[in-house]
Design a protein around this ligand. Structure first.
Ligand SMILES: *Cc1c(COP(=O)(O)O)cnc(C)c1O
Length: 445
């Protein structure tokens, strides 16, 4: 595969940008492929190579690189009317109404410009609303580049996971392992009256893909109710992807107090949102006291792209298509693994998929989860499948980054850069793409 032009561009980029990129995960080894343009479910790189793309912008691109006509024309007309105003526009209401209509827990929404900004604001909201400081998070969960959640360690002994965050900040964050009901109970017994919120992804989507065990979210919901804490679902990745328009909370039948959104809800443009009951969300200024503001928030081009994208999904077979291809990929990769790498675990649901390079094979495959790990206690893989961030981190993570990713790229498949980030099927992918991808997995695994 030719890559001279990508290498040249990376050389230039390194002179003027830290690590040559604007988001750390893009700095793949030995250098990133620079993208020239997208085409359906494919990208064409700077050297003219065509790859099947499952990165999908790390989540926002439900339609791949070909937007439906209605989305394209709404983007064009809002961009040419004048990009933004510092005054409200009708299309913000359209998108807010759409979200409130479809997502069970949402009555009121504040739009912001990134998933990070959404979780920062949600944490401030929870602290302001409850008058408490402590936030429970899941080890290995991801909520963007924000001070409260860039924390490692255990509840009561947490420390910043990056330089630049004061140790004192980490004191207010209580990390626990996902899927561990006992740990959740214990953290509430010890700190309950100081806990403003539990902040969790409904499915860990940035550390492999880890599904919740049956009853786990119900336990978190009950604990929050008992102690007067808020349950915040970070649906930046699962929102309008898992469970379709009702999001993962609708699929699981668990109602959070606050939900953060990002990625798909902006139709490919920078976006974030915080939604919930009107009573809680109206704590934001100017309705309430918790300060929240943004020059670009509710940007008309983003709002139009998001609104038209979701409207198209409501009226067409979008989720049916992306979920069917997701299932087909997961089933196909599961079969290949049984043959070639029985220790690996295929994970994911709906249009999300990943293979975690776990280290132990089950004794048999009989009656095991075939379309992605479901945390079923009767599955022969149950003892070895990843149940939390720590389990994924102890897989063969280097193999993905240093060998497997490159091999798949050689085979013409563009995957996410490391073992942790998940991958997506889109409306533009075809059965033929999936079949080619499975052939590539067969070669590379
Ligand atoms: C991507 C992501 C974020 C951060 O969103 P950005 O737009 O990258 O700031 C936060 N939470 C989750 C669950 C995400 O997947």
């Amino acid at each position: 595969m030719r890559d001279e032009r990508s290498r040249e561009l990376y050389d230039r980029a390194l002179s003027v940008m830290p690590g040559g990129v604007n988001s750390s995960v893009r700095a793949t080894m030995p250098y990133p492929l620079f993208v020239e343009r997208g085409d359906g479910g494919h990208v064409i790189d700077a050297d003219g190579n065509r790859l099947i793309d499952y990165v999908m912008g790390y989540g926002p691109l439900l339609y791949g690189h070909d937007l439906p006509d209605s989305v394209q024309s709404a983007i064009q007309s809002h961009a040419s009317a004048g990009p933004m105003y510092g005054a409200p526009t009708e299309v913000e209401i359209d998108l807010a109404e759409f979200v409130a209509r479809h997502v069970p827990s949402v009555e009121s929404v504040r739009f912001v410009n990134s998933g990070t900004e959404a979780t920062v604001s949600a944490v401030r909201l929870a602290r302001g609303y409850t008058g408490r400081d402590k936030i429970v998070v899941m080890q290995g969960g991801y909520h963007g580049a924000q001070e409260t959640t860039l924390v490692d360690g255990e509840a009561g002994d947490a420390h910043p996971s990056t330089p630049g965050v004061p140790q004192e900040f980490a004191r207010h964050t209580l990390p626990i392992p996902f899927n561990d009901e006992e740990a959740a109970q214990e953290v509430f017994e010890e700190y309950g009256d100081d806990i403003a919120a539990v902040l969790t992804e409904p499915i860990l989507g940035n550390t492999g893909i880890v599904m919740p065990e049956d009853g786990y979210h119900e336990t978190l919901r009950d604990l929050c109710d008992d102690y007067g804490s808020l349950l915040i679902f970070d649906e930046v990745i699962t929102g309008f992807r898992v469970g379709g328009l009702q999001c993962a909370q609708g699929e699981f039948g668990v109602t959070p107090d606050v939900t953060t959104f990002g990625k798909i809800v902006g139709g490919g443009f920078p976006v974030g949102a915080i939604g919930g009951t009107a009573e809680i969300i109206e704590s934001f200024t100017p309705a309430g006291e918790v300060f929240q503001s943004g020059t670009f928030s509710g940007h008309p081009v983003t709002m139009a792209a998001g609104y038209e994208s979701l409207t198209y999904a409501a009226e067409n077979d979008v989720y049916e298509h992306v979920n069917r291809l997701g299932e087909k990929l997961r089933e196909g990769i599961t079969e290949i693994c049984e043959d070639q790498a029985p220790e690996y675990t295929v994970v994911g649901t709906d249009s999300m998929f990943k293979t975690v390079f776990t280290r132990e094979a089950p004794e048999s495959f009989e009656n095991s989860c075939s379309g992605g790990c479901r945390q079923r206690p009767t599955c022969p893989r149950y003892e070895t499948c990843p149940k939390n961030g720590g389990d994924v981190a102890s897989a063969q993570t280097d193999r993905w980054e240093r060998v497997f990713w490159q091999e798949m790229r050689e085979q013409g498949v563009f995957l996410t850069a490391n073992q942790f980030e998940c991958q997506f099927t889109s409306y533009a992918h075809t059965d033929e793409d999936v079949e080619k991808t499975l052939e590539a997995y067969k070669e590379a695994l």
